[in-house]
Design a binder for this molecule. Sequence first.
Ligand code: PNS
Length: 166
Amino acid sequence: MTRAVCPGSFDPVTHGHLDVIERTARVIDQVVVAVGTNMAKNALFTPAERVEMLIEECAEWSNVEVTLFRGLLVDFCAANDIDIISKGLRGADFDYELQMAQMNRRLTGVDTLFLPTAPQWAFVSSSLVREIATLGGDVTAFLPTKTAVRTMARIASRNLGVANDV
Ligand code: PNS
């Protein structure tokens, strides 16, 4: 039985993420979606909230589970009998993703499977979604419906906080 992890910040989960999770679940027996913390990013949702949204959005795939992880991804893989890291690959991310894949392989031997991002989502990233939503743009096309509603609500309450601080 092959087990793969789809790791990410998922802040918030986008259609692009879900496309990669679904495609991974078609070719791998068991898929663990692991919500990690990217230290370089300023989070919109707590890790627990991101897990909650992912559980809802992945409910239709019976071989997919969602969990949190802390620390090194390779240690998470070793502790959970995971053989493969599965990631969506956008052109702009290639150098960074290749470097992480090679480093992870060097650390413990765990290999990375890259799936080219579906063309219709190739330009979508959580960071851009956060930026557009924060500045009042419409991001509903890029997010699953419930996640879009929660994202707009979170941004609205944040912006209200900022306005009150001024
Ligand atoms: O969605 P993101 O922000 O690209 O996800 C990045 C994430 C969380 C998957 C990545 O930062 C990660 O793997 N973090 C765990 C820490 C780790 O293993 N670092 C060494 C990477 S070679």
